[in-house]
Ligand binder design. Structure first.
Ligand code: FE2
Length: 249
């Protein structure tokens, strides 16, 4: 059996016919693989677990390709849960056959739960560790893509709705079902910061000034004065939170 990276390329190559939509997910995946490895290293995990974290990152979005082929969208609420689909894809295509059986559930659960609002109590400590590494890595890359303009929040003249805004001020993660306005979708991505688990994740966000860039860009796109004011109120709260977590988590 080839390395997971080669298996991944073999599996995803046919989906390149979908152009930028597929390439974007392949590029995202490779960055999440690297970030997962970086976070695992920061935790001083043994070499084989650093490798396992990288593999979980590599495979986390494997469901995205079939999601696009079958439904033509990456919106889970309009198609299918891509974490669940990814776990099914791994089993159907034998993509984890080359791993020790003891790691199968770790990988499957990292893929299945990387995108869920909360983790089930049934996960054991090891499964929880790897899925949390991937969840952090995924969120960091998504925030960076909004910060550098690869992804754009179109807020369409709206402001963040009161309930979602209160959640942001209380520093809690926002549920996608609470989203009412286009600006709420941008707020949901900002709230990713409150779902991060590891000190290294905060250090990475602090180092590249990612959140300031995210807010700058969202403010540029914002058509309503109310949204601009909300973003400026949130800026010091969020950057203060990142700094505190980067220093003493
Ligand atoms: Fe995902």
């Amino acid at each position: 059996m080839d390395t997971p990276e080669k298996e991944f390329i073999r599996y995803t190559d046919p989906y390149r016919v979908y152009g930028d939509k597929a390439v974007m997910k392949i590029d995202h995946t490779l960055r999440v693989r690297k970030l997962s490895e970086d976070i695992a290293e920061s935790l001083f995990l043994p070499a084989e677990d650093i490798r396992l974290a990288a593999v979980c990152g590599l495979l986390h979005d494997i469901g995205r390709f079939e999601q696009w082929r079958q439904y033509g969208t990456y919106n889970d609420s309009k198609s299918v849960d891509h974490g669940d689909l990814g776990a099914a894809v791994l089993c159907e295509n034998n993509l984890i056959a080359g791993f020790a059986e003891t790691d199968h559930e770790v990988i499957l659960n990292a893929v299945r739960y990387h995108n869920k609002y909360a983790l089930p109590e049934t996960l054991n400590e090891r499964e929880r560790l790897f899925v949390n590494i991937v969840r952090d890595a995924d969120k960091i890359d998504i925030l960076r893509m909004y910060a550098d303009g690869t992804l754009i929040s179109r807020t369409h003249g709206t402001a963040v709705s009161p309930a979602v805004y209160r959640s942001l001020l209380r520093q809690v993660n926002i549920r996608s079902c609470d989203i009412c306005t286009k600006a709420d979708a941008a707020a949901l991505h900002l709230s990713f910061v409150y779902g991060l688990n590891f000190r290294r994740s905060f250090i990475l966000l602090k180092q590249d000034e990612c959140l300031n860039q995210f807010i700058d860009r969202a403010a540029e796109e914002a058509e309503s004065e109310e949204l601009k004011a909300q973003l400026e109120e949130l800026r010091p709260l969020i950057s203060g939170y990142i700094s505190r977590k980067a220093e003493d988590l």
